[in-house]
Design a protein around this ligand. Sequence first.
Ligand SMILES: *Cc1c(COP(=O)(O)O)cnc(C)c1O
Length: 465
Amino acid sequence: MKYISTRGGVEPKSFEDVVLTGLAEDGGLFVPEQLPKFSTEEIASWAELSYEELALKIITPFVGGSIPEQDLRQLIEKSYAGFRHEAIAPLVQAGHNQWILELFQGPTLAFKDFALQFLGNLLDYILAKREQKVVIMGATSGDTGSAAIEGCRHCKNLDIFILHPYQRVSEVQRRQMTTVLADNIHNLALHGNFDDCQNMVKASFADQSFLPEGRQLAAVNSINWARIMAQIVYYFWASLALGGPHKKVSFSVPTGNFGDIFAGYLAHQMGLPIEQLVIATNQNDILHRCISENDHSTQPLQQSLAPSMDIMISSNFERLLFDLYDRDGEQIAHLMADAKSGHMKLSDTSLAKARKLFSSYRCGDEGMVEVIRSTYEDSGYLLDPHTAIGLAAARECSSNKSTPMITLATAHPAKFPDAVKQAGYHEDPALPPHMADLFDREEQYTVLDNDKSAVQTFIGENITS
Ligand SMILES: *Cc1c(COP(=O)(O)O)cnc(C)c1O
């Protein structure tokens, strides 16, 4: 299997090159040249498989023979061994034909573990084979950093530097990153905001001359193809658990960078019968405006109680646009330039295509808090703020009440005590047992100025040999 850029300007690349590269040189994102397709009979034959066995079926065609099956199986098994629930992604009923897919049973309590546990193992495997080492550099506003650090902590062939805005992430989120003590893990708290962190990472990728000879940067943000790929699996998993593929299901997805829901779109394109994909947004609602009224104009970012969805322009949306525009890279390059300048309009045909599968809903802080409150009152089930937005969208957008609607629960409520308390819950929601001592653990991080040479010098001096 080869991978091409959404802007059409680079030669097709192999799976391993794409995993190590991140962004394509023409500024586009990598997508498979051709998607694998599964028949209904084939999907139905997977009903009895474990999560790991199912993952192997779905991931194998993407890897395109570059990793022997036995090795891939081991990588997958290792990636999900640290999940606390035997089902890996358990389903909980939330009402008539309403379901919640709990994707927070991994080590850092957010769905990002599904992708980053696997990506860490995969990177280490590829690097060992190539006798190569890389430096991972990433910016985080919270969940990505801890999931990336947990995914990479045992990797021998990489150093990881995660930048977070000093005193601007929650204490739970900070401690999840800074209490992982290993020689190859480095947390940098930057005097600045999340954008400053991200710009620092971008500038460093653009000019990597500060790295020692033979080292290069690798990206673990959500544009990395391997992350999307690993997320396709749980769409099949949930469908099979609820009567699929002979019965259609729908999904509601709390959306930020559009990576998670794009994986659902891929599952649909690969043959999984999905009726609806609901894009759930908070007050940063550019995707909702785009789908509902063709208004993709940027507005100032608002800080919300569901911070992992506070995103101005969703990078993975480009991958969907590529398909909506019949894979015309030149048109996508123009569209993305429009998006960057603040206003993008979709063609009528492409918007109509998107609306066949996607619907969207916006739920601000107030509505979200009300969903947490009423759900807890009615059923004793405590939602995290992102999931609550997903559930609100699921109820609002469901077009066919006889189709099971599955809301993706993207985080554990203990990660976001502020929102939960505003909903009337009196104490901090309890952390699961493996993390109960989080507030007693030793922390290690370095505070630096928002200064490129200070950050790059630190990285240069702290790379392990
Ligand atoms: C990252 C994240 C999201 C957004 O996912 P995308 O793939 O960026 O759309 C939603 N909820 C939580 C809790 C997250 O950590």
